[in-house]
Design a binder for this molecule. Structure first.
Ligand code: JFZ
Length: 463
């Protein structure tokens, strides 16, 4: 289906169906297409940000093991693997969709795809550089793909030789180097692990072009491959802050539960993400780049991309602006969530410069405004487009996205007495004039927005 401004050319099959519907309902083809599109978009928007089965396990909401994670609010996600070599192009053809799915999208035979390992040699990989970028960005934890759906292990596994140490000229274990560097720089280190989909393993989920789905011993794959690998990851790399499982389809509640207990048996403080499935995760996982309309009373996290892919793609230059990224971080935190923002390094081991630039800019903003993000909880002002709010005891942080004409901020009702208002960026905390017009507090700020992206006004409140 191709589009030119105002005109949609449908495939023949679709055209036939639309014409039949138009005839049946006495409308025009365009009316039918518009109706169907609007309905699809409504359903899309109506889909909850936190899907069924990926929410937080009963009882975990009060679990003190999550306190560091709740306070952290902002983490770095890293999708890195063999898929960074084709980088979205296979045999000269651009393969649509997220880069790390190229084997699936192009139905690449496993025997062909695994040849990529022979040329994977990221000589420019520098663990210290990656971790210091996370630190400068203000990201408190780092989660990297130890094994994604393609089944290639980016760590030294004794359970199979389809791994970076045994199968590539690189021969080093980047997970070892990153774990050590995170320890050194005070960043918490975690693993992404694809527990259901494994397009390399004959019993793993989803490769139906090399293997017969009906023949698969998925339970055996979980018990004899996944569990030994999870044990390796939680045994050989020091303290692991969390395991980020993914796409929990085909996994039973028993299997999710046994994985959860395996993780907590080996490292009791290691958290397990909501995509463990069957609502057994230590915290809830929202859909990719999905942000709930309003605050959610669970511990939740949104995994997000800076462009439109997780794994590196040569031709994906659709980078979000720094303003967009900072406002998404604040929007998520103001609703009680964590923001796990991704980078997709190249096959040489380099994080794309557009990602570096935006993360450093976010870090600069957080150096000034971090007090209104870290260790905060959702504020009293919700569902207002021009601002967001976060709180700490005795303080309400008003995040002003759209600065009002003349700098007169009409603070929506917060049913608390405002003792003082000042700009968070003002080291002298000079009081701003506060008045009341009977139905709310008015704070008189500078005529121009001190920070066009998000100016934070601190309201000190009684009780
Ligand atoms: C999954 C992966 O398939 C993808 O490659 C990436 O790792 C991402 C972080 O997670 O993609 C998903 C998983 C779940 C949803 C959407 C994309 N979902 O629940 O809507």
């Amino acid at each position: 289906m191709t589009t030119e401004e105002g005109a949609i050319r449908l495939t023949e099959a679709l055209q036939k169906r639309v014409n039949a519907l138009a005839k049946a309902h006495g409308g025009t083809a365009s009316e039918v297409v518009c109706y169907l599109l609007e309905r699809a978009l409504r359903e899309l928007n109506a889909r909850p940000a936190i899907a069924e089965g990926r929410s937080q396990r009963e009882g975990a909401r009060e679990d003190p093991r999550l306190d560091w994670w709740r306070a952290a609010r902002f983490g770095m996600f890293i999708h890195w693997g063999l898929y960074a070599i084709p980088a979205g192009v296979w045999k000269g053809e651009e393969i649509p969709g997220i880069g790390e799915w190229i084997m699936y999208r192009a139905r690449i035979p496993m025997a062909e795809y695994e040849q990529l390992a022979k040329e994977f040699n990221p000589v420019k990989f520098d663990a210290a550089e990656w971790v210091s970028l996370a630190k400068k960005a203000g990201q408190k934890y780092l989660v990297i793909t130890s094994k994604h759906h393609d089944g290639f292990c980016m760590y030294k596994s004794e359970v199979g030789d389809y791994n970076i140490v045994d199968a590539t000229p690189f021969g080093r274990d980047p997970m070892k180097e990153l774990a050590a560097e995170c320890e050194r720089q005070g960043i918490r280190f975690g693993f992404y692990y694809s527990q259901t989909q494994d397009w390399h393993h004959p019993d793993g989920d989803a490769n139906d072009w090399d293997y017969d789905e009906g023949e698969k011993d998925f339970a055996g794959y979980i018990d004899n491959y996944v569990k030994p690998q999870v044990r390796e990851l939680l045994t050989n790399y020091g303290p692991t802050c969390l395991i980020w499982f993914d796409t929990p389809k085909r996994i039973t509640a028993e299997q999710s539960s046994s994985l959860l207990h395996l993780v907590h048996e080996i490292q009791p403080d290691c958290l397990v993400s909501g995509r463990l499935g069957n609502t057994l995760g230590d915290y809830a996982s929202a859909g990719d780049n999905a942000i709930p309309e309003e605050a959610v009373d669970v511990d939740w996290e949104t995994p997000a991309t800076i462009n439109d892919t997780w794994g590196f793609k040569t031709h994906d230059h659709n980078w979000k602006s720094t303003e967009d990224l900072i406002r998404k971080l604040v929007d998520i935190v103001s609703k009680g969530g964590n923001y796990l923002l991704n980078v997709g390094p190249t096959a040489e081991g380099v994080i794309p410069q557009p990602s570096v630039d935006r993360l450093l800019a976010m870090g600069d903003w957080l150096k000034v405004n971090g007090e209104a993000v870290y260790e905060t909880t959702p504020g009293p002002i919700q569902g207002v487009d021009w601002c967001r709010s976060t709180v700490k005891p005795g303080k309400v942080y008003l995040h002003v996205f759209e600065w009002p004409e003349g700098g007169e901020i009409k603070v929506p009702e917060i049913d608390k007495e405002v003792a003082k208002a000042y700009l968070l960026a003002d080291p002298s905390c000079t009081a701003l004039p506060v008045s009341s017009d009977g139905d709310g507090v008015i704070v008189k700020g500078p005529a121009q927005a001190p920070d066009a992206i998000d100016t934070v006004i601190v309201l000190t409140v009684e009780g």
